[in-house]
Write a protein that binds this ligand. Structure first.
Ligand SMILES: Cc1cc2nc3c(=O)[nH]c(=O)nc-3n(C[C@H](O)[C@H](O)[C@H](O)COP(=O)(O)OP(=O)(O)OC[C@H]3O[C@@H](n4cnc5c(N)ncnc54)[C@H](O)[C@@H]3O)c2cc1C
Length: 495
């Protein structure tokens, strides 16, 4: 994976730049020593590492604005960072860029229950929002498995999802207002507490923009009343294909569960060995299905789901009889990533989305690819959304194994696109899927996306090297013409 060549002149100015930043922020908020910069060298995609030029930790919107305005004038790149749990390398530092950590902006600013909104700074964790309102019987629905650590700013940037997004929508469906800072330091506010705003849907543009358009400094989200009842079912199947078929049939039957997750055999065994919650070890795949709402509705849906599962050759079905048991069903699913981390030296978490009705076929083709590449896969994913998370098991210490794993992962994502799906469901493109973007978008599509980027950040200083497979000057958009085999702008780096 190639990143843009660092600007040696900027790297040489590290000390001078750090001195200037210490005049904009508290001195302890500027991190320039070799040892301390190393703390920021990676995010959740640990296969790639690079200490930043400098890391800064602003404490207010005004400080974020001052840092960005200075960097715009000096031509210094910025990589925004929340908790660094991105699985696509979105927060991977660059040697000539400042990592802008938003962790100190961690205050809940307003709880407005009559409007059912909460306004927070971007460094508040996803779970922190629910914690702030649960005393009043409310919660924030999008729930990434990383919710104990990941920040709402990172969730906005990645348009993050989670178990409950099947019924309640992704981050983009739950954000009502944003404050963000443009690269030139200008502070912009979008939306508020109302449901919709006039004009272009700029909030939709910002949500999922992976830190390439602006730095989010304040967020207003919708919170929901906690459902009166919750029950979970755990249904075992001989094969993943049969479980996949059941998912498609439940949704086609008009039932939208609160969550519908699948684990295959390797994932079930890893999770059970880690959390000991009584997952069946003799099945090939497990569906965990949660239903919420009035008890009579839940019970009626459960009867129908059990019947559909029977038609798909289910071999076991357990329904939670208490809140503790329901949480137990979820404990293994929520801990599945670290659990798989115990059975393999390394794993690579992929994230592609497919139409639900192709689930069984794609799982079968992935198994064939696993044999072809000689690398095992554990599957644990948001089955109801068709959002796959194959975890490819590998050993980075074995020469060539990371490269084989990357090739295998690329094949899986191309397969997702081939069957009518997309490259990412919730983890973003980052650096991980950057070079696969042409598998999904042609040059004109990418040009249009780049025009949007140019409208926000014409000098490409915000998070460069991410999402776009080629660096392009805003001026050359639409004018790429290869003449006698010679590319225009030969000095422009292409990767
Ligand atoms: C164990 C584990 C489980 C996970 N499970 C899920 C899951 O179920 N669903 C899911 O969707 N994701 C999941 N993730 C991925 C990750 O947690 C999410 O992408 C999360 O939203 C990242 O938040 P963060 O605060 O860690 O952001 P970071 O990793 O720090 O940054 C992510 C991206 O956001 C940008 N960014 C961060 N803050 C801001 C800001 N304030 N303004 C502008 N840009 C910003 C960064 O530049 C980067 O591009 C998981 C990760 C792990 C490690």
């Amino acid at each position: 994976m190639k990143m843009p060549t660092p600007d040696a002149a900027i790297v040489a100015r590290r000390r001078e730049i750090a001195d200037h930043l210490q005049r904009l922020l508290a001195p302890e908020s500027v991190i320039a020593s070799d040892e301390e910069r190393r703390v920021y060298e990676s995010d959740g995609l640990t296969a790639y590492r690079q200490p930043p030029l400098i890391a800064v930790l602003p404490s207010s919107t005004a400080e974020v604005s001052a840092v960005l305005a200075y960097c715009q004038v000096e031509g210094i790149k910025i990589v925004p960072r929340g908790a660094g749990t991105s699985l696509s390398g979105g927060a991977l530092p660059l040697a000539d860029a400042i990592t802008l950590g938003l962790g100190k902006l961690n205050r809940v600013l307003e709880i407005d229950l009559p409007n059912r909104t909460v306004t927070v700074q971007p460094g508040v964790t996803n779970l922190g929002i629910t914690r702030a309102v649960e005393h009043a019987g409310f919660y924030y629905a999008p729930d990434p498995s990383s919710q104990i650590a990941c920040t709402i700013g990172g969730n906005i940037a990645e348009n993050s999802g989670g178990v409950h997004c099947l019924k309640y929508g992704l981050t983009t469906n739950n954000v009502l207002g944003l404050e963000f800072v443009l690269m030139n330091g200008e502070v912009v506010r979008l939306g508020g507490k109302h449901l919709d705003a006039g004009g272009y849907d700029l909030m939709g543009v910002l949500t999922g923009s992976e830190g390439l358009l602006g730095v989010v400094t304040e967020v207003t989200v919708r919170v929901l009343p906690k459902p009166s009842h919750l029950k979970a079912m755990m249904i075992g199947f001989p094969t993943s294909e049969q479980a996949g078929e059941c998912v498609a049939r439940v949704i086609a039957g008009g039932i939208i569960p609160a969550g519908m997750e699948m684990m295959d055999k390797p994932a079930i065994h890893a999770a059970e060995a880690f959390v000991h919650v009584g997952y069946p070890l003799d099945v090939g795949a497990l569906l965990i299905i949660e239903l919420d709402g009035p008890e009579c509705e839940i019970d009626a849906y459960m009867v129908r789901i059990e019947a559909i599962a029977g038609e798909c050759s289910a071999v076991s079905c357990r329904v939670s009889r208490s809140e503790a048991e329901r949480l137990g069903f979820w404990a293994g699913r929520k801990a599945a990533f670290p659990a798989v981390g115990r059975i393999s030296p390394d794993y690579y978490c992929m994230d592609g989305t497919i139409p639900r009705r192709r689930l069984a076929e794609v799982l079968a083709r992935m198994e064939a690819l696993s044999a072809q590449y000689g690398l095992k896969v554990a599957n644990v994913f948001h089955a109801g959304d068709g959002n796959l998370h194959p975890l490819i098991l590998y050993d980075a210490n074995q020469p060539g194994e990371l490269e084989r794993c990357e090739e295998f992962g690329a094949e899986i994502l191309k397969l997702c696109v081939e069957v009518g799906g997309v490259l990412t469901g919730e983890h973003g493109v980052g650096v991980e899927k950057r070079d696969l973007m042409p598998a999904m978008f042609d040059e004109h599509d990418l040009d249009h996306q780049m025009r949007l980027k140019c409208a926000f950040d014409p000098d490409h200083l915000l998070n460069p090297g991410k999402v776009f497979p080629q660096l392009r000057r805003c001026a050359e958009l639409g004018r790429m013409h290869v003449h006698h085999g010679e590319l225009p702008f030969p000095d422009l780096e292409r990767f």
